[in-house]
Design a protein around this ligand. Sequence first.
Ligand SMILES: [Zn+2]
Length: 93
Amino acid sequence: MKQKRVPQRMCVGCLEMKPKKELIRIVRTPDGEVVLDATGKKPGRGVYLCVNKDCLAKALKGNKLEKGLHQSLSEELLQRLKVGLGYENPSKN
Ligand SMILES: [Zn+2]
């Protein structure tokens, strides 16, 4: 049997390699904006994160997102991230 090659990326939270489609990409665009990249195709420097609360918490605790993106994250962006990842209800907004 031929083995299918699945592209793998490392989650910045748990540091495990996972298939790309199980991760969410967060990218810093050339404009210096940090956005969620649902398609995985936006240009810019990206980091990957499991769709998992714990991994986001770990990544935030170690400033992994900021280090990976070389960009500090605003409160507003963090909130957007959490909502975008489905961790928090956007109604608070
Ligand atoms: Zn993870």
